[in-house]
Design a protein around this ligand. Structure first.
Ligand code: NAD
Length: 246
C-alpha cells in the first residue's frame, strides 16, 4: 500500500462519490492529498476521517465554477504542498434541462465546473510539473464525453470539451513527461449524482465506486512515457481498458 508514498495529489469533488473513493485510495497508498470540493462541511468530515487513518490531507472548500476561487484554491495547494505529481479533476455537476429550459447562467455554471476548472487547474500545475520532471493529469469524462444525450445541454459539451483539452495536452505534455488522460466509470456507480439521474433499472446494477479506485492508482503512476492520450474505462473488478484518442 505504498505505491504513491510521499507523492502529492489533487482530487476535486472529493467530498463524496467517486472523488471520495479515489482520494481514499490515494491516502491508503501513501499520497498527500489536497481535497477540493464545494461541500465544505462534508469535506471537513472526510479530511478528519482520512487524518484518523494516518493520512496527510488538505481540505479546501471551493466553488470550481468560479475562476478566481479555483485559481486561489490551486495556489493554496502549491504553497502548502509544493508541486503535485497527480491532478484528478473529478468534480462535475449534472442537472438535466432541455434547451428550452436552460439559462445562460445555468449553462455556464456546469460548463465552468467541468471545463474551465480543468483548464485553470491544469495551467496552474503545468509549469511546476515540467520543472519537476513530469506528472499525471486525469479528467473525469463519461459516455457524455463522446455521445449525445437529451437534456445534457451543458454537461454534454463540458465532457466533450475536457476530452478535447486532454487530447491537446497529451500531445503537448509528451516532451515534458506529463501524462494526460480521461477516465470514465466503466460500470454504473452508486453515487449521489447517479441517485439523481439513474433509472430504477440502472440502480439495480450500480456498484460501489471504491471498486473503480485501482484504475486511478494506476493512472496516478503514469507519465509522458506511459499511458497518455487515452480514455480509460475503470471497471468494477479493478481492471481497466483504454482507447487511444490521439
Ligand atoms: N455517477 C456516474 O455513474 C458517472 C458516470 C459517468 C461519469 N461520471 C463522472 O464521474 C465524476 C464523479 O461523479 P460522481 O457520481 O461521484 O458525482 P457526485 O455528484 O456524487 O460528486 C461530485 C462531487 O463534485 C462536487 N462538486 C460539484 N460542484 C462543485 C463545484 N462547483 N465546486 C467544487 N466541487 C463541486 C460535489 O460537491 C461532489 O462532491 C464526475 O465528473 C461525473 O461526471 C459519473
Amino acid at each position: 500500500m505504498n505505491s504513491l508514498r510521499g507523492q502529492i495529489a489533487v482530487v476535486t469533488g472529493a467530498a463524496q462519490g467517486l472523488g471520495y473513493a479515489i482520494a481514499k485510495a490515494y491516502v491508503a497508498e501513501g499520497a498527500k492529498v489536497a481535497l477540493l470540493d464545494i461541500r465544505g462541511e462534508i469535506l471537513q468530515e472526510v479530511a478528519a476521517e482520512f487524518n484518523r487513518s494516518g493520512g496527510d490531507v488538505l481540505p479546501i472548500t471551493v466553488d470550481l465554477s468560479n475562476a478566481n476561487d479555483t485559481q486561489a484554491a490551486i495556489d493554496t495547494v502549491l504553497e502548502h504542498y509544493g508541486t503535485p505529481r497527480i491532478l484528478i479533476h473529478n468534480a462535475a455537476l449534472l442537472i438535466t434541462r432541455s434547451m428550452l429550459e436552460i439559462t445562460l447562467e445555468q449553462w455556464q455554471r456546469e460548463v465552468n465546473i467541468i471545463l474551465q476548472a480543468a483548464f485553470i487547474l491544469s495551467k496552474a500545475v503545468w509549469k511546476p510539473m515540467i520543472d519537476a520532471g513530469g506528472g499525471s493529469i486525469v479528467y473525469l469524462s463519461s459516455g457524455s464525453g463522446y455521445k449525445g444525450f437529451i437534456e445534457e445541454v451543458a454537461y454534454n459539451p463540458g465532457k466533450h470539451g475536457i476530452e478535447g483539452l486532454m487530447k491537446c495536452l497529451a500531445l503537448e505534455g509528451k516532451e515534458f513527461n506529463i501524462a494526460v488522460n480521461c477516465a470514465t466509470p466503466g460500470a454504473p456507480i452508486n453515487t449521489p449524482m447517479s441517485d439523481s439521474n439513474y433509472t430504477d433499472e440502472q440502480k439495480t446494477r450500480w456498484v460501489d465506486p471504491v471498486l473503480l479506485a485501482p484504475a486511478f492508482v494506476f493512472l496516478a503512476q503514469q507519465d509522458g512515457a506511459g499511458l497518455t492520450g487515452h480514455r480509460v474505462a475503470a471497471r468494477a473488478d479493478g481492471t481497466w481498458d483504454a482507447i487511444d484518442l490521439l
